[in-house]
Design a protein around this ligand. Structure first.
Ligand code: DC
Length: 223
């Protein structure tokens, strides 16, 4: 049996999951895996190749042609889609608008979960997403469920997106987040729910440093 540790972080969009996950990975020398980036890269492939999201045969075929790889440098997410670096493109609006729908597709989830479980088999990892503590690693020793005020979340995301998307409005971002929350929590396949044993972390009024300390103290007993 392997003794590696998996830290599972789930929660709503733009709640600071990746900020916490990266900081933890850095502090603990764990590998950081951004599972959302995988769904985003699949959505990008589907967009580029005009995959019909109602055609399950086409989706299954497309999944066979998608090869994703993480290159961990400096604890940032560097993901390649068939050897092309797509880390920036997967954060743009066309992908953000499509990804929740792509993430509802059973075949897509099945393939991503399989790949994610493989990554956590023998290494210490911090993985963030929506179903990490419930479906991917239900036995993870430490799970966090993150949440924050929706207005604060939209403002944080808006500030992040604005430099590269000067035409974007706060309303667009708020609506996109609301739409994603709805899809993430109501979809049939692995909806976003708190695992019973997940620790709730509401960071509306917490700084990144404060949330890191909170999380470290929960992980410490398992190190
Ligand atoms: O965390 P993010 O915003 O990059 O995630 C992109 C989308 O992927 C989001 O709509 C939810 C979905 N997702 C998922 O369904 N399961 C995961 N484990 C991670 C992300």
């Amino acid at each position: 049996m392997s003794n590696n540790i998996v830290v599972a972080i789930d929660g709503y969009s733009s709640c600071g999951k990746s900020t916490l996950a990266k900081a933890l990975a850095k502090r603990l020398h764990f590998i950081y895996v951004d599972s959302g980036a995988m769904y985003r890269a699949v959505a990008l492939y589907f967009l580029r190749n005009n995959i019909d999201l109602d055609n399950h045969k086409q989706i299954a075929e497309a999944l066979k042609n998608i090869h994703l790889n993480f290159h961990s440098r400096d604890y940032e997410t560097h993901i390649t889609l068939n050897d092309e670096e797509v880390s920036e493109e997967i954060r743009q609006m066309p992908v953000s608008e499509k990804v929740s729908t792509v993430a509802t597709i059973r075949e897509v989830r099945h393939e991503m979960v399989k790949q994610q479980q493989r990554m956590g088999k023998s290494k210490n990892i911090v993985m963030d997403g929506r179903d990490i503590g419930t479906a991917v690693f239900p036995d993870a020793p430490v799970k966090f469920f993150m949440t924050a005020d929706p207005k604060i979340r939209a403002e944080r995301r808006y500030k992040e997106l604005l430099p590269k998307n000067p035409d974007i409005t706060l309303e667009d971002v708020f609506e996109n987040l609301a739409h994603r929350d709805y899809q993430d929590t109501t979809r049939k396949e692995s909806p976003l729910v708190r695992a019973e044993d997940a620790i709730i972390l509401d960071n509306t009024d917490l700084t990144p440093a404060e949330q890191l300390l909170f999380a470290l103290s929960a992980i410490e007993p398992f190190l």
